[in-house]
Design a protein around this ligand. Structure first.
Ligand code: BES
Ligand code: MN
Ligand code: ZN
Length: 487
């Protein structure tokens, strides 16, 4: 979808299949673009608004078929209420516009944003783009040929081209992350994921990508990642991306991003039940968000140095797989008793965190991981679980998520939880048989690998995939966070 800005003119004159008009629903006024369209349509819009068909509720909408006699180019007009103009409602308005576009098979859409601020316009574009997303790579025939919105023209007197581009780039990066998450594991192995990162590195200025394989991981003594990978025919990859801006904002330090990328999680020897296991192709959502947000930050040229570390592997049961009770040594030298091979995410993240803090010398760190079913039970699909070792840093991450619509809810760490990660034979255990504080237990474990560097962990098991489809959760959060660091 190509998005362009038009700063003046009437939506009547724009050649598009559909004109979507954002209706201010607190005090609906028929002026500006609305009045112009209303006139062309003989008062139909005023009637719809007066009857309350498009009201303050988020996502409310109406569709008008333009009669051939009307003096305008579009064949359809969609009205979408912007509710209370909160980010949620603005996104819902954009999404309603995209659904109308799909309904009338519009190939080109004009979005008339009336008096909405530049920020609000971006949020509507975001909602439109997110809702317009489809994953049809594996469909053939008619389904694959379904028309899409190829052109979105944003009509706004407030937004500048840079605002539209900022929103458009976010939508593209989120869509790219969703594509990765939705791609089945036979089409997206750790090697394929690394190739995607390398392609981004080769095509994006300032972005350098290095991929470590089994041999390098052995040299680094990444025993936890290698233990998870040893059950699979597919070799593991540690994907390392560094974005070095042309000019680094004064006084800023190096941000580290870590993302879990298990391209398929069977559970290993502690195998998962068959029902719903296909969703475990999405156990790389954290890695996908981190990889695509690195490209986004680099494209935007943000003045912050960022390093991403994405450990990637399959988790498979086999004759060579790690077994419950096995003890492995992580990169930082700590020994881990593998109580449950399905708690593989924390194992691979352990080595990725060590690599980030020791080898890449990051000053602050955030990890994203589809880590625990327990976070789904606690927070559902609305909020991700947020844990942190530094209150100020954790608040920054939370606020960035809120601004982006990637909602995070902070949950506590406490020394008392330490007893959950004790092992009878090793420094740590990767799972406890007590069914207590499952998501916290995982976070407490990860903290052991952060060397005291201010760190946040975002458990996206509930928010990274919804209804069997990837969401791209995390990309928007990272962009907000990096923009905030840049000042
Ligand atoms: N990838 C799963 C977590 C998950 C569950 C993600 C549901 C998305 C939806 C993770 O590797 C896992 O299996 N976690 C276990 C940990 C347990 C064995 C301690 C879990 O949550 O059951
Ligand atoms: Mn697992
Ligand atoms: Zn997993």
């Amino acid at each position: 979808m190509k998005t362009t800005l038009k700063t003046s003119g009437s939506p009547r004159q724009v050649a598009a299949d559909l004109v979507v008009v954002a209706v201010p629903t607190k005090e609906p006024r028929i002026d500006g673009a609305l009045a112009d369209l209303d006139e062309a349509l003989g008062g139909v819009i005023a009637a719809i608004v007066a009857r309350g068909e498009v009201d303050g509720t988020s996502g409310s909408h109406a569709l008008v078929h333009v009669p051939g006699t009307a003096e305008m180019k579009a064949t359809h007009v969609g009205l979408v209420g912007v509710g209370d103009a909160s980010a949620d409602h603005l996104r819902a308005a954009g999404a309603a516009g995209a659904r109308i576009a799909a309904g009338v098979r519009a190939g080109s859409v004009t979005l008339a944003t009336g008096g909405l601020s530049a920020d609000a316009v971006q949020t509507v574009i975001q909602g439109f783009g997110y809702a317009e997303y489809r994953f049809d790579r594996f469909r053939t025939g008619e389904a694959a040929a379904k028309p899409r919105v190829a052109r979105l023209t944003v009509l706004s007197g407030e937004a500048k081209a840079a605002h539209v581009q900022r929103a458009d780039r976010l939508v593209s990066a989120v869509s790219a992350a969703r594509d990765l998450v939705n791609t089945p594991s036979n089409h997206l192995t750790p090697t394929d994921l690394a190739a995607r990162a390398e392609t981004l590195g080769a095509t994006t200025a300032g972005l350098e990508v290095k991929v470590l394989g089994r041999a390098e991981l052995k040299k680094l003594k990444a025993g936890a990642l290698l233990a998870v990978a040893q059950g699979s025919e597919e070799p593991p990859r540690m994907i390392v991306m560094r974005y070095s801006p042309k000019r680094r904002a004064r006084g800023t330090d190096v941000l580290g991003l870590v993302g879990k990328a298990v391209t398929f999680d069977t559970g290993g020897i502690s195998i998962k039940p068959a029902n719903g296991m296909e969703e475990m192709k999405m156990d790389m959502g954290g890695g996908a968000a981190v990889i695509e947000s690195m490209a986004l930050i680099a494209q935007m040229g943000l003045p912050i140095e960022v390093v991403a570390v994405v450990p990637s592997t399959e988790n498979m049961p086999s004759g060579t797989a790690v077994k419950p009770g096995d003890v492995v040594t992580a990169m930082n030298g700590k020994t881990i008793e593998v109580i449950n091979t399905d708690a593989e995410g924390r194992l691979i993240l352990a080595d990725a965190l060590t690599y980030a803090v020791r080898t890449q010398k990051v000053d602050r760190i955030v990890d994203f991981a589809t880590l625990t079913g327990a976070i789904l039970v606690a927070l559902g699909e609305t909020y991700a679980g947020l844990y942190g070792s530094d209150a100020a840093w954790t608040e920054r991450v939370r606020a960035a998520g809120e601004a982006a619509g990637d909602l995070c809810w902070e949950l506590p760490l406490h020394p008392d939880y330490q007893s959950l990660i004790e092992s009878k034979v090793a420094d740590l255990s990767n799972a406890s048989n007590k069914r207590l504080a499952g998501a916290t237990y995982a976070a407490q474990f990860l903290r052991e690998f952060t060397d005291g560097v201010p760190w946040c962990h975002v458990d996206i098991a509930g928010t990274g995939m919804i209804g069997g489809a990837g969401t791209g959760f995390g990309v928007g959060l990272v962009r907000e966070l990096v923009e905030g660091l840049a000042g």
